[in-house]
Design a protein around this ligand. Structure first.
Ligand SMILES: NC(=O)c1ccc[n+]([C@@H]2O[C@H](COP(=O)([O-])OP(=O)(O)OC[C@H]3O[C@@H](n4cnc5c(N)ncnc54)[C@H](OP(=O)(O)O)[C@@H]3O)[C@@H](O)[C@H]2O)c1
Length: 319
């Protein structure tokens, strides 16, 4: 089969398309013919060597969706022909940038009929992270308000829809060109993240926000405390500069604000939130927007674009 691989760590130039063996359904694996493989910022961190994968050469890509073509004898819940979505690959298991991927059954969920396989390929990291942050860590409730920084991003646009599905009052930030679409996806208020009076606008909209999903802690750690309600919960998933700090932690203390930092890779069983994500996709409550698709030969461009370009939703490789 054709697969993107990196034989050494480095910039996007280390990605190349190789002819390699199609994976077999060993252990508790299900082999999927890949229709879509989401491109995520973390794919670039693996490629750069920030986290060491289990072996080189390595097939990148955490996410996958497609049709099942082979099933291990130890797997009962999947059969050839099923449509599935998976995530959590790319570090201790070969990834999704390939014609076929072997996915452990505990990182997989069935897709309801009618769910687009390419869009589902972009769901894994984005939607499972949003689910873990809002549902599992923050315990977002229907009568609460939530601020999602960067609602046009992969995680952001999934989080807006998940939060809206709970019934919560959803406030998000994005560049102006994405405001209308984010309103259609369920946001109650959308602000430009570049506005000088962003904090005032969020507080005026929510009277202090109950839950914050923050993917740029270096920009917003202090801001989150300023806009939080008493007892607010902030879930941090990322930053550009790891030297994050408060300029005044008293604001957070005075409101009993909780901070929870998380990695999707710590999810005890990825199949559980994935099943919820797949269900919402089947109900039409979660649409993964595919901003652009790429061939395997274009994987390097896709990884450059995911870090540098502006888009709403996900970039997806279609082998
Ligand atoms: N901890 C975890 O488990 C976990 C899981 C997934 C992702 N992450 C991390 O979370 C971050 C986002 O991931 P992603 O896949 O959603 O990336 P993405 O699709 O590239 O989205 C990033 C978003 O941030 C927006 N943005 C840029 N400047 C901003 C600002 N000043 N304020 C608010 N938003 C701004 C971008 O909007 P524009 O297009 O307008 O620039 C874009 O929509 C990455 O750092 C990633 O590594 C962590």
């Amino acid at each position: 089969m054709r697969a993107v691989r990196f034989h050494e760590y480095g910039d996007e130039e280390v990605l190349r398309v190789d002819e390699t063996d199609r994976p077999e359904a060993a252990g508790h694996d299900v082999v999927v013919e890949v229709a879509g493989a989401g491109v995520n910022p973390v794919d670039t961190y693996f490629r750069e060597g920030s986290y060491e994968p289990f072996q080189l050469p390595m097939i990148p890509g955490v996410d996958v969706a497609g049709e099942v073509v082979a099933v291990s004898e130890y797997v009962d819940d999947y059969a050839v022909g099923d449509h599935v979505v998976g995530t959590g690959l790319g570090m201790n298991h070969f990834g999704g940038y390939a014609e076929y991927a072997a996915v452990p059954e505990d990182r997989l969920a069935h897709l309801p009929d009618g769910v687009d396989l390419v869009a589902a390929g972009g769901a894994g990291v984005a939607a499972v992270t949003a689910w873990r942050a809002l549902v599992d860590h923050a315990g977002l409730e229907p009568a609460e308000s939530v601020l999602i920084h960067g609602g046009s991003g992969g995680v952001g646009h999934a989080a807006v829809q998940l939060a809206a599905a709970t019934g919560a009052h959803v406030v998000t930030t994005a560049a102006p060109e994405y405001h209308d679409r984010l309103t259609e996806l369920g946001a109650d208020a959308v602000f430009d993240y570049a506005d000088d009076d962003l904090a005032d606008a969020v507080v005026a909209e929510t009277d202090g926000v109950d839950v914050v999903l923050d993917h740029r802690l270096d920009d917003y750690l202090q801001f989150d405390a300023e806009v939080a309600a008493t007892g607010g919960r902030v879930v941090g998933i990322g930053e550009n500069d790891p030297e994050v700090g408060f300029s005044n932690d008293g604001v957070a203390r005075s409101k009993d604000v909780s901070y929870q930092f998380m990695s999707m890779f710590n999810t005890p069983r990825l199949a559980d939130p994935l099943a919820g994500v797949a269900y919402l996709m089947g109900q039409g409550d979660l649409e993964i927007e595919v901003a652009r698709t790429y061939d395997l030969d274009e994987a390097a461009a896709a990884q450059v674009d995911v870090m540098n370009d502006s888009f709403l939703g996900k970039l997806v490789i279609t082998p």
